[in-house]
Structures are given as structure tokens and as C-alpha cells.
Design a protein around this ligand. Structure first.
Ligand SMILES: O=C(O)C(=O)C[C@H](O)C(=O)CO
Length: 275
């Protein structure tokens, strides 16, 4: 498992583009027949990609040596999100069927987790945070996500926000997770930009066509940097960093947070002229 260290805001402006990507961007998470994972010291989140092959033996979630645990979820909770295709995820002998945009919350203490593809093009995203309490393993289908519309066409940021794991939904220790989809012809996400100093946030961009790119901005007001991302890329936003982006075509993104609280509304917005 690769390790990503935490970053002070002053470091951001001094980084080369390569250093910026090495610190914050995770590419190549989705490889056919593999489970790949990265450990971030930002709120100790583990982020992973699983691309099982239909008809092949299920892929098993490893107990990574870096965790120094008896099994992956010994001190962790896990969210498995299907971002394409369909899958069967087995947790301690119980099978859960996931379709596109469904999320399976796996509670701390779960010992065995495996992933099988039920269709071509199945991709599962893993996000995990430290948990000191056991909450029930639960499937949250896309149809049961708390869904709201936000933004406006005039600002090219009209979008649907689906919240799967949130303060008023199925309990989790830290994880807050959802999927946002800008409407066709709208490009900007997460406008107006914001920070939430109590939580790290990770975005996984998907549904971007080949040859399209996503310009993701980060940093503090007046000191921004950007990274150019493609389909399947993940970007880590430390608690101090703004996080917003624009695509060259339609896309969706999964957002997942962990940290001090689970209050989605606990954010400090930054007016566009202050960026
Ligand atoms: O487009 C949006 O707005 C979002 O989806 C915002 C994310 O949920 C987020 O960044 C929450 O902090």
C-alpha cells in the first residue's frame, strides 16, 4: 500500500507540478483483476480501487501490513461504492448486490470482504477511516440517497448532489460520502468554493470521456494551484484546502470526507473574487 504524507499549506505554492501530483493525485487505482490501495496521513484515510473481472474468482480485501492490524476493518470502517457496472460484495459470508452509484457501508469489526463483478466494466471505489465503534453494515442504494439539486445554469454549475452517508442517514463513525453529477452543459462543481477545517475531503472523478479532462483547483484563497485529471483519478484535499473543478465535458464525482465532525453544513464558503 502506498503512503501519502500530510502537507502544510505553505508547501503547496513551492511544489513543482510533479510534486503536487505525487502528493495529492492518485492515478492508476483501477487495474483489471486487482485491488489497489493508498494510505493518506490526511485523517488516516485509505482509498482504493477494485476492478474485478466477470467470471473470475472474487478479489479479497487484503490486511495490509502498514495497518498493523489483525484484519483490515479491525479499527476501520469502509465504504464500497460501485461507480460502474454491478458487483457482489461479500462481507463475512453475507452477499450484497451493488449497482451503479450504490454504496455499501461496512462496519468496523467485519473480518472478510470480497468483490466479484457481475458485469463488464465494474469498478468499485474503497474509502476507509478510523472507527472506534461498530455500526451495522448496510447497503445504501442510489435510490435511497438524500438527493438535492443545486447551482444554476447561468453559472454553469447546475448539479445533482446525492448524499449516501451523512449525519442524518445510516450511522458511520467518520465517513460522509456522496456522488455529485453536474447536469449536461454545466461544468463547475462545488461552487462557491469552500473549506472545512475539521475534515479532509477526497474526490474521485468518473464518467469523463476519453480525451476529456477535469481541471481541479486546490489551495488557499489567493494561492491556488490546479491539477489536470482524467477519468478514474482521485485527488486528496487537506482540511485547509479549497476544492473545486471544471470539466471539459460531462462527468460525476464521488466525494468522501473524514475528520472531526460529520456536519456537511460546517463549511466556510469563499466568494469567487476572493479565490
Ligand atoms: O458540487 C458540490 O457542491 C459538491 O458535491 C460539494 C462536495 O460535496 C463537497 O465538497 C462537500 O464539502
Amino acid at each position: 500500500m502506498h503512503i501519502r504524507h500530510a502537507t502544510h499549506p505553505d508547501e503547496l505554492v513551492k511544489m513543482t507540478d510533479e510534486e503536487l501530483r505525487a502528493r495529492f493525485v492518485i492515478s492508476d487505482l483501477f487495474v483489471p483483476g486487482e485491488v489497489r490501495a493508498v494510505y493518506s496521513h490526511e485523517d488516516r484515510m485509505v482509498l482504493g480501487g477494485v476492478q474485478p473481472r466477470p467470471g473470475a474468482a472474487p478479489l479479497v480485501l487484503e490486511n495490509y501490513a502498514d495497518l498493523r492490524a489483525e484484519f483490515f476493518c479491525q479499527r476501520r470502517e469502509l465504504a464500497v461504492t460501485c461507480i460502474g457496472g454491478s458487483a457482489t460484495v461479500v462481507v463475512d459470508g453475507t452477499a450484497h448486490a451493488l449497482g451503479a452509484m450504490d454504496v455499501l457501508y461496512v462496519g468496523q469489526g467485519s473480518r472478510e470482504v470480497s468483490f466479484a463483478a457481475d458485469a463488464e466494466g465494474t469498478r468499485l471505489f474503497l474509502s476507509s477511516a478510523i472507527s472506534h465503534a461498530t455500526h451495522p453494515t448496510k447497503l445504501i442504494p442510489a435510490t435511497e440517497a438524500l438527493t438535492t439539486q443545486t447551482g444554476e445554469q447561468f453559472h454553469a454549475n447546475e448539479r445533482t448532489v446525492r448524499k449516501h452517508l451523512h449525519e442524518d442517514g445510516a450511522p458511520s463513525s467518520q465517513l460522509v460520502l456522496g456522488i455529485t453529477s453536474p447536469h449536461e452543459g454545466n461544468v463547475w462543481n462545488s461552487m462557491p468554493p469552500h473549506t472545512h477545517d475539521r475534515r479532509t475531503e477526497v474526490y474521485l472523478y468518473f464518467g469523463l470521456g476519453e480525451g476529456e479532462r477535469l481541471f481541479h483547483f486546490m489551495g488557499t484563497p489567493g494561492r491556488t494551484r490546479h491539477v489536470v485529471l482524467q477519468d478514474g483519478d482521485v485527488v486528496i484535499s487537506p482540511a485547509w484546502s479549497m476544492h473545486f473543478g471544471a470539466g471539459t465535458s460531462n462527468y460525476s464525482f464521488l466525494w468522501v470526507m473524514a475528520g472531526e465532525n460529520q456536519s456537511f453544513a460546517d463549511m466556510d464558503q469563499i466568494a469567487v473574487p476572493q479565490i
